[in-house]
Design a protein around this ligand. Structure first.
Ligand code: FNR
Length: 190
């Protein structure tokens, strides 16, 4: 089977190292995974007044998530937490009440930072949010990537063998996790 993975880059920056990381992950992923970016850059700031007449940008975000077999979130850490643009997108996709698009979507969380702990605190925060939204998450391996100049080419080529091996392992485990979650769902047990 081929699984269609929607990926979200949590940075809007033109020179985002997390966008480069997403390119590396896609290059190194197993063949059973295909990738579509789910863009978050054109969403207004969410508030619940929108719920009565959801704007097209919010509906498009929700349908892109719902059409995906799995989600991959590749994000920076801002002030030890989730960047505002990404949190805003999560809030959009979680609403209107009763239509949470994340429910039961197998999700991977990974990120890069120049800092030594490589977005670990953002990921911990993200796990709380995604747990509340009932998204099963890849627990292991964890992907805390310390970005160093020259580690990646802009096209996502990884210049360091151990990093490349780790990212390939991450994606292979992620693919197996998506398959496990979908297989259990397809069995239809209550
Ligand atoms: C940062 N940065 C950062 N890094 C980190 O490891 N932990 C943090 O809490 C923060 N906080 C933070 C806040 C804000 C507002 C900015 C702009 C940056 C640094 C961050 O890791 C660095 O700018 C990365 O390049 C951001 O990722 P992208 O946008 O290049 O993908």
């Amino acid at each position: 089977a081929t699984y269609n993975i929607g990926y979200i880059v949590g940075s809007l920056a033109a020179g985002s190292i997390n966008r480069t990381l997403s390119k590396a992950l896609i290059k190194l992923a197993p063949e059973c995974l295909s990738f579509n970016e789910i863009s978050i850059k054109d969403l207004p700031l969410y508030n619940h007044d929108y719920d009565a007449d959801y704007p097209q940008a919010g509906l498009d975000l929700k349908s892109a998530i719902e059409a995906s077999d799995g989600l991959l979130i590749v994000s920076p850490e801002y002030n030890r937490s989730i960047p505002g643009a990404l949190k805003n997108a999560i809030d959009w996709a979680s609403r209107p009440w009763g239509t949470n698009s994340f429910a039961r979507k197998p999700t991977g969380i990974i990120g890069a930072s120049p800092g030594a702990i490589g977005t670990a605190v953002m990921q911990s925060n993200m796990r709380s949010v995604l747990s509340f939204l009932d998204a099963p998450q890849l627990n292991s391996p964890e992907g805390y990537i310390t970005f160093k100049p020259g580690l990646f080419e802009a096209n996502g080529t990884v210049n360091d063998q151990s990093t490349s091996d780790f990212l390939a392992h991450y994606m292979s485990e992620y693919g197996a996790f998506v398959q496990r979650v979908l297989d259990v769902t397809a069995e239809g047990h209550i």
